[in-house]
Write a protein that binds this ligand. Structure first.
Ligand code: FES
Length: 145
């Protein structure tokens, strides 16, 4: 394992142990739940969108270390972003975790690059993202299928 892989793993472990923005959000404008049909884990996202920008976001639910860390980093990453910026970012994140495209400049999201070696874990890394996209599209539920 390279030093960079070790560093990324440490950050994932930290976000799993101390997830950022985990909990309930009052007075939200959008919410949706994501299910991973492979394991039954669920993550719900609640957010406040004002003038096409996310001003606050929180998540609840439980999943594996990767899904929890991914939801935590997601909430840190998307604050202040517009719907179209988030949709583009999700496309780039999917490329990163599936290894289908060379993606750089993704900031902290790059800690999940190693997931592309484990196809079964891609749904873990994208679970909260599917819930987020469903929420901003006004849907209540998302599936990673
Ligand atoms: Fe269920 Fe990862 S094993 S979300």
């Amino acid at each position: 394992m390279s030093n960079l892989d070790e560093l990324y793993l440490e950050v994932i472990i930290d976000h799993n142990k101390n997830p950022r923005n985990k909990g309930e959000l009052n007075d939200f404008t959008h919410e949706a739940k994501g299910d991973n049909p492979l394991c039954g884990d669920q993550i719900s996202i609640k957010l406040i969108m004002k003038d096409d920008k996310i001003t606050d976001v929180k998540f609840t639910g439980s999943g594996c270390a990767i899904s929890t860390a991914s939801a935590s980093v997601l909430t840190e990453t998307i604050k202040g972003k517009s719907r179209s910026e988030i949709e583009k970012l999700f496309g780039r994140f999917q490329n990163l975790v599936t290894g289908t495209g060379k993606e750089g400049n993704l900031g902290k999201l790059e800690i999940f690059e190693g997931v592309n070696k484990y196809p079964a874990r891609v749904k873990c890394a994208t679970l909260s993202w599917h819930a987020l996209i469903a929420a901003i599209e006004g849907k209540k539920e998302a599936s990673t299928e």
